[in-house]
Design a binder for this molecule. Structure first.
Ligand SMILES: C[S@@+](CC[C@H](N)C(=O)[O-])C[C@H]1O[C@@H](n2cnc3c(N)ncnc32)[C@H](O)[C@@H]1O
Length: 214
């Protein structure tokens, strides 16, 4: 009973870290999710001058790895948790002052950016909290340039149900569901690779290219 209550609380915090527990959790996530974020970075195919958006950056681990490549012109983060923003504002204050990093309080379903503002978008361990994938993917498509790349890294549905998070609001998606939803939103070249780690077992990295049509 107590374990179940804690699991529900944890699931809620993972989706929207808040308060002192959320701040601790954000720091833990940086270590816990490093392997998934590293695979995302490897497959983002960053180029010099890229404008990069990360949605749901949590503790900022991936933003830091991207910044360390010194390739992008700018890295923008969109995150719904004010506490995550505050932590990352401190962490990246030097780059923020130099306008190399921007952090926005924003929801993935309503990105506060102009059309075609980014060359790359990445998001890791976030889709479980999105009941309407098509809304988010349509927004991503809108803010990507023609041939811009979206990369999503996520745990398997099977792993989420073994962890019992599915009972507390996490949505586990099959790879085929993600791929179909991306194609419906207008993406092409949709491909998925599989990663492995002791913590996450099998996980996935799906990438897709924005195609604006005729
Ligand atoms: C489980 S954490 C993952 C953090 C980081 N990406 C990682 O892999 O460690 C999920 C993060 O996504 C954010 N998030 C979830 N839904 C969001 C939404 N609709 N818009 C913006 N951020 C969202 C949460 O606030 C949280 O910081």
């Amino acid at each position: 009973m107590i374990i179940n209550k804690f699991r529900a609380f944890l699931a809620n915090q993972l989706g929207f870290p808040k308060g002192w527990f959320g701040k601790l959790l954000i720091r833990f996530l940086n270590r816990n999710n490093a392997v998934m974020n590293n695979l995302a970075l490897q497959n983002l195919n960053l180029q010099a001058g890229d404008r990069v958006l990360e949605i749901g950056f949590g503790g900022g681990y991936l933003i830091e790895q991207i910044a360390n490549t010194h390739l992008p012109q700018i890295i923008v983060g969109a995150e719904q948790s004010q506490d995550a923003i505050e932590i990352c504002k401190q962490k990246f204050r030097t780059q923020i002052n130099k306008s190399e990093i921007e952090l926005h309080l924003a929801d993935a379903t309503e990105l506060p950016f102009t059309d075609r503002a980014f060359d790359k978008i990445c998001t890791v361990n976030t889709i479980y909290f999105w009941a309407d994938l098509s809304k988010v993917f349509t927004e991503c498509h809108r803010v990507l340039t023609e041939n811009g790349k979206l990369l999503i890294s996520y745990n398997s549905k099977d792993f989420l149900s073994k962890q019992k998070f599915a009972e507390h609001g996490f949505i586990g998606y099959e790879v085929a569901e993600i791929e179909a939803s991306l194609k419906l939103a207008g993406f092409i070249n949709v491909t998925t690779i599989t990663g492995n780690s002791d913590r996450h077992q099998e996980f996935f990295c799906t990438s897709a290219t924005a195609h604006l049509g005729n």
